[in-house]
Structure formats: C-alpha cells, structure tokens
Design a protein around this ligand. Structure first.
Ligand SMILES: Nc1ncnc2c1ncn2[C@@H]1O[C@H](COP(=O)(O)OP(=O)(O)OP(=O)(O)O)[C@@H](O)[C@H]1O
Length: 405
C-alpha cells in the first residue's frame, strides 16, 4: 500500500568464530544497539499504522452511516422521457414535473426512454428500477400516516363504530380480546357503492392507530401487472410485516376474488393464483402481529365465497349510499372551508341530492365553488349549488352506469 512506511533494514551480525572474544563481544553489543533501534523504529511504525487503522475504521463507520442514510431517505420516482447528448429529461411521478438532469456516463449508457428511475430531492438519479422494484413501487400506495380522520367522514357512524371495534381495538387494545378469550377478526370487508367512503375509513383507522397504510388495487394486479399478481400479494404482506403496525387495504378485491367463471383462459388461471396467494397469506396470519387487513368492493355479489370464510374476511361491513342526514353531514364537511352565503341551505341541497355518493357530493361542492369564481364572487351562493346540480345531472347521460352495485 502506498501509505505504508518502508521497513528499516534488518541488522546483520557477522561473528567470525576466529575473532577474539572481546571483539565478538563488541560486535554483539553493536548488534544489540542496532536491533534495539530497529525495534524502536518498528514500534513507532506500528503505532502510526494503528492510529491510521483507527482513523480508517472511523471513516468506514461514517461511510456506513452515510450509506444507510442514503438508502433509507425517501426517493421519488420518475420516468426517463428523453436522452439528450449528455443529459436526461425526466418526468417525476405524482406531480408530472419535468426536469433536465445530468447523469454519470456509466448510468447514461444504461438508460433508455421509458425506464423508471428513483431520484433524490435534487433530481439526481439514484437507481434505475428493475422491473420487480418498479412493479412493487407502482402497485402499492404507502402512507406513513394518512391525514384522513373519522371527523372527515360524514354519515357513517355505525360503520365507523364497527370498523373501530374490528380493526382499531385489536391494534390498540389487543389485551381486551385476550382477556375475553376471543380472536379479533382477521379481515374486514367493506362493501357498498363506489365513492361512499370505504377508502377513507381504512385511512382514518391507520391515522388513528399510527399504522402504516398500504394500499393495493385488485384491478391493477390483474390488468397492469399481469403474471406478477401472486408475487405482489406476497410482497404486500412482507412489506406490512416490515412496517408493522400496518393496515393492508385491498381495494376492488372482486378483481382477484370473483366467483370462478366458466372459461378457462390463462388470464383466469393467473387471477386464480393471485387469489390463492391471498388466501394462503391470510390463513397463515395469526403469527403476524400488528397487521390488519381491510378489503373493499362494490361488487359484493360477484365475490368468491371462499374469501369470506372464518379466518379470512370474516367481518362484513356494508357502506351504503348516504341518506339525507348523511348527505347533509358530507356537505358540511366538504363546504367547511368554503365561504358560504348566508342563504345557502345545506339541508335542502341534501334533499335534492338523493342517490348521490359522498364522492359526488364532494364534486358538487367543488363545482358550486367554480360557478362562484366564474361569477367573480368569493362567497358561494345557493344559485351556484343549483347550477352545479344541474350540470352534474346533465352530465349523467342516460345509460351511463354511475353505480353498478
Ligand atoms: N362519507 C363520506 N364523507 C365525506 N367524504 C366522502 C364520503 N364518501 C366519499 N367521500 C369523498 O369521496 C372521495 C372518495 O371516497 P372513497 O375513496 O373513500 O370512496 P370508496 O368508497 O373507497 O370508493 P371506491 O369504491 O370507488 O374506491 C373521498 O376522498 C371524499 O372526498
């Protein structure tokens, strides 16, 4: 190594047996002095090397820490749009921001338009995602702490109560179940028309329990990640185990757990494998600790009953379309940050919106706000809600299924 100091010459001793004794003694003394000197020199060198070793050890520890920090800090995902002469045009996922960034020639050679990459805060490419990581990152939505709370959900008091008992209590007070001597439900299935607050409820429990919220959409497993469904389901449970306490939310579970159809296409076999993986993950579930599973569907009638057996999705909660009281609450929630004219009668609007889901009521409120802006007003008036209602009703052309529940 270039840093190592050169070793001192080894002292030599030439003792001629014919030499007189006093000369041999003198030679030995001299040799002893040489050896002592070399010993001292070597000791010094050893000390220097030890000091250097300890410096290097410290450096290694620092680098390891830095490496860990780099590995654990959050990265964003982006897609390579174009490669210019020596730069890369990226589009960040989520906000669609486009950036031009420099890359090392080594990485540049590996990149192609369409590749997905992980980038840091300064848009520097950290890694090219392989198909596996890519699918995992895309198929799952992970939120450390979703912001939705029970107060943001209108009109589902009894459903919220049931969800709290079935999911929140086992996570927060597991001893309650132990004392009584019952097993908490394994999985909770929320079923009801689209846009009625099923996802919100799952997020609100995660918020309340400080659990990581991990969402996977059943439809994406079978449409987007063909051939990878079963592996992604395994990954989903593995990830939850790494992040526990965690709430796994499987949206549109009907896409992977529908009653078996007559046809025997390869697509069906794939869906079947994905469902079998889900069932086997759930069957081996009790050792998993702080993980809860919530699934949602708006096609309850289509479900394969195998997933509803005890130990699987054994707690069913119906989330219906809101009634007038519920609609009024949802309207208040979605207009609470809006400036409303004193003439706005939420009760009347709730009566006029029979058949609307929570999501549709939210768009009604936004639409009314848009009408006010268009009129140059800052307060939203009754007429804006009326105009919004008319617009939404016009858009629902006959024959378009809003809800196929
Ligand atoms: N009960 C509700 N209270 C307040 N807002 C609601 C309610 N239901 C729906 N919303 C609004 O509609 C949006 C969509 O709701 P959510 O995603 O929870 O519906 P969902 O039942 O999971 O729908 P889907 O079956 O289509 O996945 C929410 O972000 C919220 O703004």
């Amino acid at each position: 190594m270039s840093h190592s100091p050169s070793l001192p010459d080894r002292p030599t001793l030439n003792l001629d047996p014919d030499m007189p004794v006093d000369e041999r003694l003198a030679a030995l003394r001299e040799h002893y002095v040489d050896v002592s000197r070399v010993h001292d020199e070597l000791s010094d060198q050893l000390e220097t090397v030890r000091a250097r070793q300890s410096d290097l050890r410290e450096e290694v520890t620092d680098l390891q820490e830095e490496n860990e920090a780099l590995k654990t800090s959050s990265l964003y995902l982006a897609t390579v749009e174009e490669l210019t002469d020596d730069q890369v045009l990226l589009k960040q996922h989520g906000n669609n921001q486009e950036v031009l960034t420099d890359v090392s020639p080594r990485l540049y050679d590996k990149l192609e338009a369409g590749d997905r990459v992980a980038i840091n805060d300064s848009f520097a490419i950290q890694t090219l995602l392989d198909a596996e990581t890519d699918a995992r990152a895309q198929a799952m939505e992970i939120a450390e702490k979703p912001t939705v709370t029970y107060e943001d959900i209108g009109g589902l008091e009894s459903q919220i109560q049931e969800v709290r008992e079935a999911v929140e209590d086992p996570l927060v007070n597991p001893e309650k179940f132990e004392t009584v001597g019952i097993e908490p439900p394994t999985g909770v299935l929320l079923h009801g028309p689209p846009g009625t607050g099923k996802t919100m409820m799952a997020k609100a429990v995660a918020n309340r329990t400080d659990a990581t919220f991990i969402k996977m959409a059943g439809s994406e497993l079978v449409q987007k990640f063909i051939g990878e469904g079963a592996r992604l389901v395994r990954d989903l449970f593995e990830l939850a185990a790494e992040r526990e306490p965690a709430i796994i939310f499987i949206d549109e579970i009907d896409a992977i757990a529908s009653k078996r159809t007559e046809s025997k296409t390869s697509g069906d076999a794939e869906v079947q494998r994905t469902m079998m993986q889900l069932l086997s993950e759930m069957d081996g579930f009790d050792q998993r600790g702080d993980i809860s599973i919530i699934a949602a569907t708006n096609r309850f009638d289509m479900l394969d009953r195998a997933i509803l057996r005890p130990g699987r999705f054994d707690r069913l909660i119906e989330v219906p379309e809101p009634d007038a009281g519920g609609r009024k609450q949802i309207l208040s929630i979605h207009t609470r940050r809006m400036q409303l004219d004193a003439g706005v009668d939420l009760e009347r609007i709730a009566d006029d919106t029979d058949g609307f889901s929570g999501a549709e009521i939210e768009s009604l409120a936004t639409e009314a706000g848009m009408f006010a802006i268009r009129e140059g007003r800052t307060e939203v008036a009754n007429e804006d809600f009326e105009a919004a209602l008319e617009k939404i009703e016009d858009e629902e052309s006959p024959g378009t299924p809003i809800a196929f529940y």
